[in-house]
Design a protein around this ligand. Sequence first.
Ligand code: SF4
Length: 97
Amino acid sequence: MSGCIQCGYCCKKYGMRLEATPLDIARWRLEKREDILVHVDIEIKNEEVKGGRLWVDREGKNEKECPFLVLKDDKYYCGIQDTKPEVCTWYYCDKYF
Ligand code: SF4
């Protein structure tokens, strides 16, 4: 998390407008991360996974906040840091740089 000051800004501002890639979904399936997959509205076309809308509840409605954002001791953490969506990995923090 080089450069991250753990303010939670990016996750709170953009966390509900994210898309999972087909690779994210394949990885979560391989890792048997049902806890993550239940929050993904997976898009399938012609039997092929195209991606997925993040983050949804069990009825497919948008969650109010990323369900994996954790606040501890006034700092925010990603609860799925080791396997977070690619879009979160690529995020460029303009507050830090
Ligand atoms: S998956 Fe992790 S990095 Fe991405 S929005 Fe949620 S808490 Fe933030």
